[in-house]
Design a protein around this ligand. Structure first.
Ligand code: ADP
Ligand code: MG
Length: 252
């Protein structure tokens, strides 16, 4: 039975997509069966793992809006053990279309029931908002992984995210947990980054992963080649750090 993890933070550019793709690829490399779900209309996880959006016949939109079975939307990737439910720009309309639909918050959860036993991990890359797409992801998940960029204002906006998590726990998904808080894009040359680490650890304590993702140019280059970091440059510091994170996540 898959552990379902939503990667969420309504701030853009904090490393949600980079983490989804590379944590997914690293878990798959460790032999886990992994499904990535792209629920961001920008579809960066989809293109980042090498899927040409122009070739996508059906996407997460069809699951949420057209009741298509999840199994019919899953695509293979070039990474062994790693599959994906892609997103295209069509998803941009879903947020509004969902508003008036029945069981609008639980559509993803319902859709994943039938495929859950085929995977060890299902990782959902959320959009940079706290709307119905993110609520669907949180409602479908066992836990939420929160990436936080080691920058000024890192903690800003987190109270809204935590509030949304609390509301989902209260009304939609009582067993939702915080999987962990991941510090990303650390520039070890600056004191600022170290200050942010201290602040985040004070706030989230043992929920903060030991692994901290450094700023690494290879991580930012890989998506333009449609490759995870494990394929693009397995010896880079970025690859090493996401492999460390994968081991931490699966407790090995
Ligand atoms: P989000 O999905 O939260 O919007 P992304 O994962 O797309 O964030 O990251 C934002 C930008 O920062 C992207 O261009 C990405 O390639 C880059 N990036 C993410 N993590 C790192 C890192 N550790 N080092 C360098 N660049 C990174
Ligand atoms: Mg993203």
């Amino acid at each position: 039975m898959a552990r379902i993890v939503a990667v969420a933070n309504q701030k853009g550019g904090v490393g949600k997509t980079t983490t989804s793709v590379n944590l997914g690829a690293c878990l798959a490399t460790l032999g886990k069966q992994v499904l990535l779900i792209d629920i961001d209309p920008q579809g960066n996880t989809t293109s980042g793992i090498g899927i040409d959006k122009a070739d996508v016949q059906a996407c997460i939109y069809d699951i949420l809006i057209n009741d298509l079975a999840a199994a019919e939307v899953i695509l293979p990737t070039e990474v062994e053990n790693l599959k994906i439910i892609p997103a295209t720009i069509q998803l941009a309309g879903a947020e509004i279309e969902l508003v008036s639909s029945i069981s609008r918050e639980v559509r993803l959860r319902n859709a994943l029931q039938s495929i859950r036993d085929q995977f060890d991990y299902i990782i959902i890359d959320c959009p940079p908002s706290l709307g119905l797409l993110t609520v669907n992801a949180l409602t479908a998940s066992d836990s939420v992984l929160i990436p936080i960029q080691c920058e000024y204002y890192a903690l800003e906006g987190l109270s809204q995210l935590l509030n949304t998590i609390r509301l989902v726990q209260k009304h939609l998904n009582t067993s939702l947990e915080i999987e962990g808080v991941l510090l990303t894009m650390l520039d070890a040359r600056t004191n600022l980054g170290l200050q942010v680490i201290e602040d985040v650890k004070k706030y989230f304590r043992e929920k903060v992963y030991q692994t901290i993702i450094p700023r690494n140019v290879r991580l930012s280059e890989a998506p333009s080649h449609g490759l995870s970091i494990i394929q693009y440059d397995p010896r880079s510091r970025g690859a090493e750090s996401y492999m460390d994170l994968a081991k931490e996540v699966c407790g090995s």
